[in-house]
Design a protein around this ligand. Structure first.
Ligand SMILES: [Zn+2]
Length: 255
C-alpha cells in the first residue's frame, strides 16, 4: 500500500491522516495512432501522479492522489470509434462535486493533473475559485512540465515521439512495434491564421490525420521516455512540495 494513493488506502489510515494537497489526474480514452492503447492518457496520468506524489511524500509533503478520471473532451473525434467524449460542462459538474467535498473537509489545495490536450481546466478553475474562495485550485499539463525539445527531435502532440517513448518506458507490453505505427502526419489548415498558431478552431480528427496520430513516433525509445518521465515527475514533485508548504493567503513574493 502506498499511503499517498487514495485508492490503495483504507479508513484505518485515512481517518487520522493529515492531507494538505489532493491531486486529481485526468485522462482521456481515445485512439493513439495504430500502435498505442486507448488508455494511453490514463496510464500516463496515473504514473506521473504516483511518481511525483511519491517524491513529494518522501520529502515530507502530505499529498494524496485521487483515482484518475478516464474520460476527457473528445468533441473533435466524434467519428473515431469508441473515443469517449465528456463535454466540458460535464467536466465542470464533476469537478464542482469533488471540490465541494474537499472544501467541506478542509483539504484546501487541489492540483488537477491534466493528461490530454482536449481538456482545458483553466476556465473551470476560474469559476470554481469564485464559488469556493478558500480553495487553492491549480492545474498543470504534465506533458509541458519539462522542456521536451531537450529530449525529443520530432514535433507533435498526439501519439508522437514523446508519448510513444513514455509508453515504451511505462507499459512496453501495450505498445506495438513501431513498424506498425503510422507516420502521424498532420494535414495543415487551409487558414493562414490557424497554421501560424494565432487563430484556433477545433481539429477534425478524421481529416487532420490519417492514422489519428499527430507527430512521427519513429524515433521513440524507452530510454528517452524514462529520461523525460524523470524530469517531468521531478518538476511536478517540486510543485507539490511548494504547494503543500505555501500559505494560500500569501502566495506572492513581495518586492
Ligand atoms: Zn495521449
Amino acid at each position: 500500500m502506498r499511503p499517498y494513493i487514495l485508492a490503495e488506502s483504507n479508513w484505518k489510515d485515512i481517518k487520522d491522516q493529515q492531507v494538505d494537497v489532493a491531486i486529481l489526474p485526468w485522462g482521456a480514452t481515445e485512439a493513439h495512432n495504430y500502435h498505442l492503447p486507448y488508455g494511453t492518457d490514463v496510464y500516463e496520468a496515473e504514473a506521473v501522479a504516483a511518481e511525483a506524489a511519491r517524491l513529494a511524500w518522501e520529502a515530507g509533503s502530505k499529498v494524496t492522489v485521487l483515482p484518475v478520471i478516464p474520460f476527457g473532451v473528445n468533441t473533435g473525434q466524434a467519428d473515431i470509434t469508441l473515443d469517449i467524449n465528456l463535454n466540458p460542462s460535464t467536466q465542470l459538474a464533476i469537478l464542482r462535486d469533488i471540490v465541494e467535498v474537499l472544501n467541506r473537509q478542509g483539504i484546501h489545495k487541489l492540483l488537477v493533473l491534466n493528461s490530454h490536450g482536449g481538456n482545458d481546466f483553466k476556465p473551470m478553475l476560474r469559476e470554481l475559485g469564485l464559488k469556493f474562495p478558500d480553495m487553492f485550485l491549480l492545474t498543470c499539463n504534465w506533458f509541458l512540465a519539462a522542456d521536451r525539445k531537450a529530449f525529443f527531435n520530432s514535433p507533435g502532440d498526439h501519439a508522437d515521439e514523446m508519448e510513444t517513448s513514455i509508453m515504451q518506458h511505462l507499459r512496453p507490453d501495450l505498445v506495438l512495434p513501431l513498424s506498425e505505427a503510422g507516420e502521424g502526419r498532420e494535414h495543415k489548415s487551409r487558414l493562414t491564421g490557424i497554421r501560424e498558431g494565432w487563430a484556433w478552431s477545433e481539429r477534425l480528427w478524421s481529416q487532420v490525420s490519417d492514422d489519428t496520430g499527430i507527430g512521427n513516433p519513429a524515433a521513440a525509445t524507452p530510454a528517452k521516455g524514462k529520461a523525460f518521465f524523470e524530469a517531468t515527475t521531478r518538476n511536478i514533485a517540486q510543485l507539490l512540495q511548494e504547494l503543500a508548504a505555501v500559505d494560500p493567503k500569501d502566495r506572492y513574493r513581495r518586492g
